[in-house]
Ligand binder design. Sequence first.
Ligand code: NAP
Length: 216
Amino acid sequence: MKKKIGIIGSGSVGQTLATGFLKFGFEVMIGSRDLSKLAEWKSKSSENGHIGSFEEAASFGEILILAVKGSAAVQALEMAGKGNFSGKIVIDTTNPIADLPPVNGVLRFFSEMNYSLMEKLQQAFPEALLVKAFNSVGSSQMVNPDFGDFKPTLFICGNDQPSKNEVAEIVGLFGFEPEDLGSVEASGAIESLCMLWCIRGFRENRWSHAFRLLKH
Ligand SMILES: NC(=O)c1ccc[n+]([C@@H]2O[C@H](COP(=O)([O-])OP(=O)(O)OC[C@H]3O[C@@H](n4cnc5c(N)ncnc54)[C@H](OP(=O)(O)O)[C@@H]3O)[C@@H](O)[C@H]2O)c1
């Protein structure tokens, strides 16, 4: 498996996944427009943890993670530079959350039901091997969450099968059962799981849960 990970995004998802990848022996660079946000992460990480701009992180990574605010995803990839992610796997963790308060615990999305954020990204950047993953669980449960005997499911989708196979391996390392739901058109359904996941949090202030698909 490719061992250099570039993370576009400095929030809790970017930092949590970065720390997870370091634990599994990968070399990681997190990208931000403001490196002061990453000073603490950098001071606590091993020599394999680096920080830089979006562009530097995208150029560094053999596999990329997109972990920015959903409404800034297109802009962030433009800043990363198409040439830096052409032909690379880009794990898309983003959700199309609107700048509006939740209504009775239900997040507002800016995307259309039949035209998801990842569909928009794939159309805008056809050269990126986008794979949706890690968007349907909170960052606190993203790295080897402990649910006793139960392994949670992480739903993934994307148009390129070899890329999904590699992401499925990563998902397994992080303690989830990958469930491949097919091509980019499935990403709207997977993005909507973020809305579902957050309802329990907003209504009950409990945020330690994850999905599991039961199947024969
Ligand atoms: N938080 C969770 O538990 C969770 C779980 C699953 C999925 N997600 C999704 O994962 C993504 C990241 O979430 P997060 O909570 O880690 O962080 P976030 O607060 O949603 O996003 C922070 C990142 O967005 C970038 N950003 C914001 N506005 C920007 C702009 N105008 N142009 C370029 N970049 C911009 C920031 O860049 P700078 O670094 O330059 O400030 C930062 O890297 C989101 O799409 C979220 O919906 C979150």
